[in-house]
Design a protein around this ligand. Structure first.
Ligand SMILES: [Zn+2]
Length: 228
């Protein structure tokens, strides 16, 4: 199992950026891609069924893949999984797939990456119903402050990507959040994670090395059983 070293930049969620010195990454594997969590220096993996690629016919076979992935030593977290109102199948099917993946994340004690588009009520409802112990990391967050604080109050973490942090409203939002709930990611883009750290450090009036320390600590809080 690869883990970040103090001083590493952490890209908490991406899709195959490839390993780079000084950057630790969690690379997301989506079940339909049929990729394997092979050992690669400087990165580890998350795995799950992305709601965009879910169908009535592939739910069961893809849950089998998630169960297999969940036990793999190079898989540190489950997901991305969740809800999407713009793209993907009907909500009951999305919910079924999501709830199953929450159960798997709880069974194997690995955190869950969340994909959520315009379905926050549903997300909060499922969280309330299943009361997961594993932390949820909401990736690609770009909502409002009230929503951000509500998710944080439920124990969730928020991860921000380039498209959001360059928006004028992002600085004030990130400034209003507790530092211990923040992650940064490149997601599918080819933006360098160091560019994102630089922008967010400036917005928070911190040095980049302080931000590196904060996010490394946050990683340690979520993956504490792996860090000892
Ligand atoms: Zn993603």
């Amino acid at each position: 199992m690869n883990l970040p070293s103090p001083g590493d930049y952490i890209d908490i969620h991406n899709h195959g950026a490839g390993s780079r010195t000084g950057i630790f990454q969690i690379e997301n594997l989506m079940t339909h891609e049929n990729r394997k969590p092979d050992f690669e220096t400087g990165l580890t993996y998350s795995g799950g069924i992305h709601p965009w690629f879910l169908t009535q016919n592939n739910l069961e076979p893809h849950l089998t893949i998630v169960r297999e992935l969940s036990l793999h030593k190079n898989i540190i977290a489950l997901g991305e999984a969740g809800f999407d109102k713009i793209k993907g199948p009907d909500q009951p099917l999305q919910r079924k797939a999501f709830e199953e993946q929450i159960r798997i994340s709880e069974e194997v004690s690995k955190p869950l990456f969340i994909h959520c588009v315009r379905s926050w009520d549903e997300l909060l409802e499922v969280h309330k119903k299943l009361r997961p112990e594993q932390p949820w990391i909401v990736h690609g967050f770009r909502g409002k402050k009230e929503l951000a604080l509500q998710l944080i109050s439920k124990g969730m973490y928020l991860s921000f990507w380039f498209d959001f942090i360059v928006r004028p409203e992002s600085a004030r939002l990130i400034q209003s959040l507790p530092h211990e709930r923040i992650f940064l990611e490149t997601d599918g883009s080819d933006i360098d994670i160091r560019t994102i750290y630089k922008k967010v450090a400036a917005d928070l009036n911190l040095s980049v090395s302080s931000l590196i320390y904060i996010i490394y600590s946050n990683f340690g809080a979520i993956f504490k059983n792996k860090m000892v």
